[in-house]
Design a protein around this ligand. Sequence first.
Ligand code: FE
Length: 201
Amino acid sequence: MIHNEALFTLSYGVYVLTTNDGKRDNGAIVNTVQMLTETPKRVTIFVNKSNYTEETLRKTGCANVCVLSEQAPFSVIERFGFYSGREKDKFESFPCPTAENGLKYLDKYASAVIGVKVTDAYDYGTHTLFVAEVTDANVISEDPPMTYAHYLANVKPNPKVSVKGEKWVCKICGYVHEGELPSDFICPLCKHPAEDFERLE
Ligand code: FE
């Protein structure tokens, strides 16, 4: 038997993964970036295929991993995680500098920025596993990096807000959907399906 609660105990981070499709800078929230080897310095990054960033990273092979700090407000996660880069310029009214690799990075609300170049991409159905070489790595601030647990406990909005009408909350990330929940609904933040939503009072 598989109990999701057991899987929820795994630890994750909160990162903004920035790319450029040749026309526009983009960024998405990902929660899995890990060191793979020390020599050479390589990381793994999992990206959900429903993210435009997955397609861009597969095509361009270049990204910055912006490690969000505990100072990052919910609005930053909302900006990069709740919309698709296909429709929205996520850097609009959010000026950010450009790193050596030509890609944007967050110079505030971040602990560090790590530039990467993809060496391998593996298809795992809903997700692509990218293996990437570190090309650049810089500390942005002394603020501790945000873990997913910190996000859930301190940053995500409290779903117990009293608003009239049907409301559904994502049990995984706390995203609140207002109105009827379609059965094929996908959480815009964590990409979990409608089954992982529960109705609020
Ligand atoms: Fe969610």
